[in-house]
Design a protein around this ligand. Structure first.
Ligand code: FES
Length: 355
């Protein structure tokens, strides 16, 4: 199994202790705290935009090499829970998701952090735009928060974070600590200089955190995951290779809680055709390709942004064909005749888009 850009070895101190821990509380599907208030829904297609709020960047720091932390101030910001993220609507119109990593009790301020990705997928430079254009005094729009990575109630947790993947995990650590749960953190990175929040984590976690860096160690040792008691919840956020490795290391029949921010994998199902009725063209969507990618080859100006089924920018009206919806944004009513072409696919062999 590959582990791109992450050659860390981390042995979680105390993993053996975790493995022997008797069940004290049962894992449930319920979140540990009440779910956050979501944006007020707006009916019809306008819902895709969701409610936007203007916030002011009132703080900008660099908690690690290549990472900036932004403090965003607004009034009456919705409550959130660990694992939540907000959409930042960047000056260019790009929409990018960032985990909230500050204090959930602070409803006037959100804190996010982002790493500059030199070679971003798709080449549109969302992280570069954040780094270059968001400074103290910049006003921007946000949407959300939303939480697709909630912390479930459990007596014990193992958190595995890779690099900037520490951001959704940070409030989880504080919440687990406040709840009196037993927890361990496995924090991986290329080098200490590139890993944000190490000092704070050290103070909070003590010897419950294991930090091993690529420049000091080898491949991660994840074998301990197979021995975890059934009531230990495992959370992972980081590079795809790390999340794949954590998933593979779990006991049979168990899955970790994962947070992915890279574009959703389009694979799944076979190839199919998409007719662009107004353009008079037909494209073939390969099994490992998104409808958006195939359409862009013919219609380069087609709108899109997040490429993850979050923002709704790529929504297209469907004239014919059966849709395989893979987003979590559209309502059933909206799904009747439209789809988000960055993630959704065809349930049959052919779709016709009003494009
Ligand atoms: Fe954002 Fe498709 S581009 S939902």
């Amino acid at each position: 199994m590959t582990m791109p850009r992450l050659r860390t070895v981390v042995l979680v101190a105390g993993a053996a202790v975790l493995a022997k821990r008797a069940m004290r509380r049962r894992i449930t599907a319920a979140p540990l705290w009440p779910m956050p208030a979501l944006d007020e829904p707006v009916s019809g297609r306008g819902r895709l935009a969701t409610v936007t709020r203007r916030v002011l960047v009132t703080g900008r720091t660099e908690p690690a090499e290549g990472v900036i932390q932004l403090r965003l101030e607004g009034t009456g910001l919705p409550a959130w829970q660990p694992g939540a993220h907000v959409d930042l609507v960047l000056p260019s119109g790009l929409v990018r998701q960032y985990s909230l990593c500050g204090d959930p009790a602070d409803t006037d301020t959100y804190t996010v952090a982002t790493r500059l990705i030199e070679r971003e997928q798709g080449g549109r430079g969302g992280s570069r735009e954040v780094h270059e254009q968001l400074h103290e005094g910049t006003e921007i729009e946000i949407r959300g928060p939303r939480n697709r990575f909630p912390l479930v109630d459990a007596p014990a947790y193992v958190f595995v974070a890779g690099g900037i993947g520490i951001t959704p995990v940070l409030p989880m650590l504080r919440a687990a600590e406040a709840a009196g749960a037993d927890w361990r953190l496995l924090y991986c990175g290329r080098s200490r200089a590139t890993m944000p929040y190490l000092d704070g984590i050290g103070k909070l976690a003590g010897d419950r955190a294991s930090v091993v860096t690529e420049d000091e160690s080898g491949l991660p040792e994840l074998g301990f995951l197979a021995e975890l008691p059934a009531d230990t919840a495992v959370y992972c956020c980081g590079p795809d290779g790390l999340m794949d490795a954590v998933t593979a290391a779990m006991p049979e029949g168990r899955t970790p809680h994962l947070e992915r921010f890279s574009p959703a994998a389009p694979a799944g199902g076979g190839a199919f055709e998409v007719e662009l009725r107004r353009s008079g063209r037909t494209v073939t969507v390969a099994a490992d390709e998104s409808v958006l990618a195939a359409v862009r080859a013919e219609v380069p100006g087609v709108s899109y942004s997040c490429e993850q089924g979050f923002c709704g920018t790529c929504q297209q009206r469907v004239l014919e064909g059966e849709i395989d919806h893979r987003d979590e944004l559209l309502t059933d009513a909206e799904r009747g005749d439209s789809m988000l072409i960055c993630v959704s696919r065809c349930a049959g062999e052919r779709l016709v888009l009003d494009l």
